[in-house]
Design a protein around this ligand. Sequence first.
Ligand code: ATP
Ligand code: MG
Length: 350
Amino acid sequence: MPLIAVLPGDGIGPEVTTQARRVLEALDLGLSFEEAPVGGAAYLQSGRPLPPETVALAKRADAVLFGAIGDPRFEALERRLRPEAALLGIRRELGLFANIRPAKLFPGLEDASPLKAEVVAGLDLVIVRELTGDVYFGEKGRRTNQEGLRQGYDWMGYDEGEVERIARIGFETARKRRRKLCSVDKANVLETSQLWRDVVNELSTEYPDVHLTHMYVDNAAMQLVRRPAEFDVIVTGNLFGDILSDQASMCAGSIGMLPSASLSGGSGANGMYEPIHGSAPDIAGQGKANPCAAILSAAMLLRHSLENEASAQRIEAAVAQALVGGARTPDLGGTHTTQQMGDAVVQALR
Ligand code: ATP
Ligand code: MG
């Protein structure tokens, strides 16, 4: 019986995760679920954002269904006690280095996107974001410079092994889709990006069937607004991927629609699945959150960690059907509550 670790977290995390779990349960796949606290919720209970029991459960489980973390009440704490530390910590503990973020326009959501319907028509792309390197994990600090001014710094770096393993996932992902891979960097300015580009080019000889292009991140940001449907798979570093995937989410109508998978390799072992959005404290506890991103994350869990493609597609079809039937949370311009949106998806599964 596959074990799913459910880590709801903070803010809207528990609200959307409840709906995702409901949808998984409705499929009757014989999954077992075990819940544990993470983030601000865990800090409140135990004084630690990532308790060892939570890590142990995540490691023991076949996959992790994650909500969101972040709680403004704890922003002033030192970095290792802040809720966000839990997310970085669990990624590190599980060795998750690849974040797969599909952005797809669901039927009927053309009007939800701030872009014109003809621009987003056919939008169906995947961002493969590196998760464990880059400026996020380099040395950081404050110092006083020679002029006596306060200075902050974050060291940015990648080694070739880190670039190769994420690039490989980019190529493999493209191979299963429309065979177009766009590697995004800032090689005109950054040494890190020049190495990135070299390694991606070297690896491309193993994937002659994939059409590889390179794009500077500033241009990629522009093209995502101009012609988002042109993209198939984008592979990029941690920082650029963070920014571009929030941007891509709006092309798809709402940040509340975008799921993600964090993987430690091609296989899905130890995978963690979460919406790309955060804990949204501004709408937490009001039943306004769109649970689709969490529900679609559950579909990715079935696809990547449990190798159950048929059930993953059933969930995705049910979300599409619920939307076509008019179910809309406020972010999509409707009045459905989180629970009612979940109801509509469960109903569509039947
Ligand atoms: P993080 O740093 O964790 O990425 P963030 O600061 O980017 O968090 P989010 O929590 O993602 O912020 O919220 C950004 C905005 O999107 C907020 O206004 C929030 O209300 C809205 N939002 C996020 N998720 C949802 C959702 N599932 N449904 C509706 N609105 C959402
Ligand atoms: Mg964000």
